[in-house]
Design a protein around this ligand. Structure first.
Ligand SMILES: [Mg+2]
Length: 211
């Protein structure tokens, strides 16, 4: 059996839910600087709904495609703002390359991540440098696709997180071209995009769930 199985992904999502609770006020404060101050709150509402739905989800018989459809639907249905639809779309598509399997190899994990990032890009229509979550997600996608056959998955995920952190940092000097921060013009300069920060923190949960 592959390392990336139902149990692994369940644990990853549970870790995401606890991260969101722990970082709720911090993420909200980033959003207060340049947005409407609800990013942490929105994610908290969303992931609480996800963990609630886990209580009745049949982990023994379902598969990764149905699991992530469930996660995506929960986020889409519960979360307001921009982050709900964007992360919701990510997870809706994340499970598709798993093709109803209950475990996947790292190469498929990378395809799942890439498909999710593409869904965010389709929905948000943002590009690199627009001061959005894609400034963390797109470099991660590129790097992971170069590392599909990596023999040291832990190291690859650590390196990906470092790249994502840099991506989040890179949003600070930018003027926003998408989202609410757009209205601020140059006043957005010096502030980090909240979605770029939550993106790497969510991704880090994939590393923390590794055995
Ligand atoms: Mg907001």
């Amino acid at each position: 059996m592959n390392q990336f199985d139902m149990e692994y992904f369940k644990l990853s999502i549970i870790k995401m839910a606890s991260m969101v609770e722990a970082e709720r006020d911090y993420l909200t404060s980033l959003d207060s600087d340049i947005g409407d101050g609800d990013h942490g709150i929105n994610l908290s509402i969303g992931f609480r709904e996800v963990t609630k739905q886990f209580e009745t989800f049949d982990f023994e018989n379902e598969n990764l495609t149905t699991l992530f459809k469930k996660v995506g639907m929960a986020l889409l249905g519960k979360v307001g703002g921009a982050s709900g639809p964007l992360y919701g779309s990510f997870f809706m598509k994340f499970g598709v390359p798993a093709n109803s399997a209950r475990d996947v190899d790292f190469c498929t994990f990378v395809e799942m991540f890439s498909t999710g990032v593409e869904a965010i890009q389709m929905r948000g229509k943002a590009e690199l440098g627009d001061k959005t979550m894609l400034d963390a997600l797109l470099p991660a996608k590129d790097y992971l696709n170069q590392q599909k056959t990596s023999k040291d998955i832990k190291k690859t995920l650590e390196e990906t997180i470092a790249i994502m952190k840099k991506g989040a940092e890179s949003t600070e000097p930018l003027i926003a071209k998408k989202g609410r921060a757009m209205r601020l013009g140059e006043r957005a300069i010096g502030h980090r995009d909240p979605g770029s920060e939550s993106s790497w923190k969510l991704f880090e949960c994939f590393l923390k769930a590794l055995k």
